[in-house]
Design a protein around this ligand. Structure first.
Ligand code: ADP
Ligand code: MG
Ligand code: MG
Length: 876
């Protein structure tokens, strides 16, 4: 018989897979003697089983749950539905990886009309009793029955207006009792039956709701963004309640052991008196800073400080905790390794090493490479920032610089973003429904909410700039405008946000790039470079990109696309003439014009790389991308070639292809127009000779990469042309210089015949964009349209163009590597598709034995860190 349910005393911190993060940590905290309200965890396996059984909780699981209710009743000395000493519980979801705000919690479960009277009388605190009951009806209706929060909130607002008060805490016991009955009426109106009174029935409903919430759209989006497999499932925690809403000697709080925005050591968080659950983060009342707790709750605060120290030492990482104080006594409700900004992650990792808690390897392994993105993106120009005058200030909830046009809804943020606008999302407060809009925005500004509000927590998780709780804003969401510092801002107006200081600026402030080579970031990257095995190169076509990539730590160019070298001024005309030429001589003459320009482009690239390797891919796109479309240009070309406009148009029409991605491109161009490959070879070799003459110690050894090969004879054909020209140039210059000729592996047939291709190719570079396209038979340009449906139908969990498909494409790669190496043991192997900068794909590349990954300049640090983490993991 499978065990599906565990008391907190039966579990421990290593059981995340089974108990979820929250459950495992509740068990761990229990084991190390911290004050945790007791309870039990229903395992993630029960969730998986629930889905396997067609969304049913089977009898076996159900009977174990019932058995554990009895155990919990024994432990607490309370009983479900009892009229003497009733047990009230929370029902909380908890997946293996924390998914903040994704699944909803129900508090005060176990209440009904009789029980609420019992606790009201026994406690002498009817206000508390009715507050619990109305909350429970509200949460249960929302989470279990999906009635929605809105109606209940409207009723509360109406009640407050009737009573002439502004805060929930000002409502009396009678008001809350009245609300509870209004809520039940609302429930009946919406659902058509009475609110359930049997605590066990309530519990079963709540457990099902948690399981069901694993599959809600928000959870699905979050999982996709964070690489959390659907198959993991969520656990359910049933925990006896601690009450923070019993009066002014009670309260609830959230805190971090270090500042999640900066990483600064010290308690950081908020506490709200006479409150429950999410009140502290929901922004209904402004909470106090955690430090202020010391005066008002000296004993609980002292206990809490000790608990924080214990937890940090125990987990050897910054902790994010939830707790409640009931009549001055502290209860711990949750702890986890806290989410943090990229800046904070760097500082904390370094500090933990300096404090002797972590080794450098562990520090490197702690950092989520995906977070580096924000650090590499522009910050405000310090001088411009100093000169600018802020028009308002909220909390610096998540650092970064954001500048964009104001939008007021998450949907608008997405729509504007999709048409290429940079937007700042301005809201009263955010909720989980806003996630996609928050992601689409450059930054988020909220009127309400503290440092641990939804907006703040989610923005930090996304590494996105957020300024929260700017109460100075007079918001008019309905009319899409707000007033700040005497000025009215409309949709589309530009503002800038500084997520570190919380300052808000009218208009745009110029931005500059961040520095990855110094400070904590530099220290982490230095360690990463020590640990990694893979070489990290960059995909760069211009000296500027190459320089940027070098600054970011690139050790070479893995892919230089040469197509843009045909587009510049003076080049495109010549190239068009070449396309329209009738004879080889004419074509060569036209290319002769482009040769010196390409040569100087390559020289500049070699200079930027200072002797580090440069792989140059020969012309890849189909010719029709180069021909003129404007009437005037067509006419000019006709005149130049002494042809009629009609002739040129006919020629252009003849270049049309139904499926250009599989058309006349790649090495196929070099087969039909060897002149192009000759010209490019000359440019590559002459440039290297010149740069080597200037910098004899660099020893530039160009790597020529032939694209889109599917058959060895194609490579033989093109290589012959390349080698003849290269040897001729080297001989003419009288130098001793090497070069390499290799190929991209981007057509499945190339991977399948790698043993043959390796006889000619000195290196393989996996072009996984095309390889994915051709292995799946999905057009890179059109797949987006149906992939969304694939995610929704759970056919795919991630985009195969972003995350390497290890089962299919990866299998082709492994096969090509094995067969290629069998023929040529020193075959040099790399990857230059989008996947080269994706951390999980990098890990796979390390595993299958590639020599290098190549990615866009801004992803170079991500790849370096991912490569280090892969090496550390594979060593272990
Ligand atoms: P989330 O994962 O969204 O934080 P939680 O399950 O942690 O959801 O709970 C939501 C809120 O309810 C938190 O503020 C938490 O501290 C509070 N809470 C959960 N269980 C209890 C309990 N047994 N007693 C008191 N408060 C609780
Ligand atoms: Mg929580
Ligand atoms: Mg390609």
């Amino acid at each position: 018989m499978t065990k599906y349910v565990y008391l907190f005393t039966e579990g421990n911190g290593n059981m995340r897979e089974l108990l979820g993060g929250k459950g495992a940590n509740l068990a761990e905290m229990t084991n190390i003697g911290l004050p945790v309200p007791q309870g039990f965890t229903i395992s993630t396996e029960a969730c998986t089983k629930y889905y396997e059984d067609g969304r049913q909780i089977n009898d076996e699981i159900m009977s174990q749950v019932m058995e554990y209710i009895v155990k919990l009743e024994e432990i607490t000395g309370k009983k479900f539905g009892d009229l003497e000493n009733p047990l009230l519980v929370s029902v909380r979801s908890g997946a293996r990886a924390s998914m903040p705000g994704m699944m909803d919690t129900i508090l005060n479960l176990g209440l009904n009309e009789q029980v609420v009277d019992v606790i009201a009388t026994k406690s002498g605190n009817p206000r508390w009793a009715w507050d619990c009951y109305r909350r429970f009806i509200q949460m249960y209706s929302d989470v279990v029955m999906e009635v929605g929060k809105k109606y209940f909130e409207e009723l509360i607002d109406k009640m407050k207006a009737d009573r002439g008060v502004t805060q929930d805490v000002e409502l009396t016991a009678d008001d809350l009792k009245e609300l509870a009955s209004q809520f039940k009426a609302e429930y009946k109106a919406k659902i058509g039956s009475d609110f359930p009174t049997d605590p066990k029935e309530q519990l079963v409903g709540a457990i099902k709701a948690v399981f069901r919430s694993w599959d809600n759209p928000r959870a699905n989006v979050y999982r996709r963004d964070n690489d959390i497999p659907y198959s993991w499932g969520t656990a359910v925690n049933v925990q006896s309640m601690a009450f923070g809403n019993m009066g002014d000697d009670c309260g609830t709080g959230v805190a971090f052991t270090r500042d999640p925005a900066t990483g600064e050591k010290g308690l950081f968080g908020e506490f709200l008196t006479n409150a429950q659950g999410e009140d502290v983060v929901a922004g209904v009342r402004t909470p106090m800073k955690i430090a202020e707790m010391e005066q008002k709750f000296p004993e609980a605060f002292a206990q809490f400080v000790t608990v924080c120290e214990t937890l940090e030492k125990h987990y050897r990482d910054m902790q994010d905790m939830e707790f409640t104080v009931e009549h001055g006594k502290l209860y711990m409700l949750q702890t986890r390794n806290g989410k943090r900004t990229a800046q904070a992650a760097m500082k904390i990792a370094c500090d933990l090493v300096d404090e002797g808690m972590r080794t450098p390897e562990e520090a490197v392994a702690m950092i989520d490479p995906r977070n580096l993105d924000t650090l590499l993106h522009p910050q405000f120009d310090p001088a411009a920032l100093k000169a600018a005058e802020a028009i308002g200030k909220g909390l610096g909830a998540s650092p970064g610089a954001a500048c964009g046009k104001i939008v007021f809804t998450a949907d608008d943020a997405v729509a504007w973003h999709d048409r290429g606008e940079k937007v700042v999302l301005v809201r009263l407060e955010t909720s989980p429904e806003d996630i996609t809009g928050m992601k689409a925005a450059e930054g988020i500004l909220t009127v309400r909410g503290g440092m641990t509000s939804h907006a703040a927590v989610v923005a930090r998780g996304m590494g996105e700039c957020c300024v929260s709780g700017c109460g100075e804003i007079a918001m008019d969401e309905a009319n899409k405008k707000f007033t700040l510092a005497g000025k009215t801002f409309q949709e589309g107006d530009i503002i800038s946000l500084d997520g570190s200081t919380g300052k808000i600026y009218d208009g745009a402030i110029p931005q500059v790039d961040a520095d990855p080579n110094n400070g904590y970031f530099g220290r982490i990257m230095k360690w990463a470079d020590e640990f990694k095995r893979l070489e990290v190169r960059t995909n760069a076509d211009t000296p500027n990109d190459a320089k940027k990539a070098r600054e970011l730590g690139a050790e070479g160019i893995g892919l230089c696309r040469t197509e843009h070298m045909f587009f510049g001024e003076g080049r495109i005309d010549a190239f068009r003439e070449m396309i329209c030429s009738d004879t080889v001589e004419e074509r060569e003459a036209a290319l002769e014009v482009i040769l010196p320009m390409q040569q100087s482009d390559f020289e500049a690239l070699y200079e930027a790389l200072e002797g580090h390797p440069v792989t140059i891919r020969f012309l890849d796109p189909p010719l029709h991308e180069f021909v003129p479309t404007e009437e005037a240009d067509i006419k000019a070309l006709a005149d130049k070639k002494g042809k009629s406009v009609e002739d040129i148009k006919t020629l252009i029409a003849s270049l049309h292809e139904f499926n250009p991605m599989m058309g006349h491109r790649g090495c196929r161009l070099a087969v039909t127009y060897p002149e192009i490959a000759k010209m490019q070879t000359r440019a590559v070799i002459r440039a290297a000779i010149n740069v080597n003459a200037k910098h004899p110690d660099w020893n530039v050894t160009p790597e020529i990469m032939i694209p889109l090969v599917c058959e060895i004879k194609e490579l033989v054909n093109v290589k012959k042309v390349v080698v003849a020209v290269a040897d001729e140039e080297i001989k003419a210059a009288g130098v001793d210089m090497g070069y390499k000729v290799g190929t991209m592996i981007e057509i499945p047939r190339a991977a399948l015949t790698a043993d043959e291709i390796a006889k000619e190719a000195e290196f393989f570079c996996f072009g996984t964009n095309d390889l994915t396209q051709m292995t799946f038979g999905f057009s890179r340009d059109d797949a987006g349209k149906f992939l969304t449906a694939y995610y929704e139908s759970k056919i795919f969990e991630s985009d195969p163009f972003a995350r390497l498909d290890q089962n299919g494409v990866g299998k082709l790669m492994k096969m090509a590597i094995e067969n290629g190496k069998a023929v040529r043991p020193d075959l040099h192997l790399g990857i230059c598709g989008e996947h080269g900068g994706d951390p999980t794909s990098v890990e796979f590349c390390d595993e299958i034995g590639l020599d290098y990954v190549s990615c866009s300049p801004f992803r170079v640090p991500i790849a370096r860190l991912a490569a280090a983490q892969a090496a550390i993991k594979h060593k272990a």
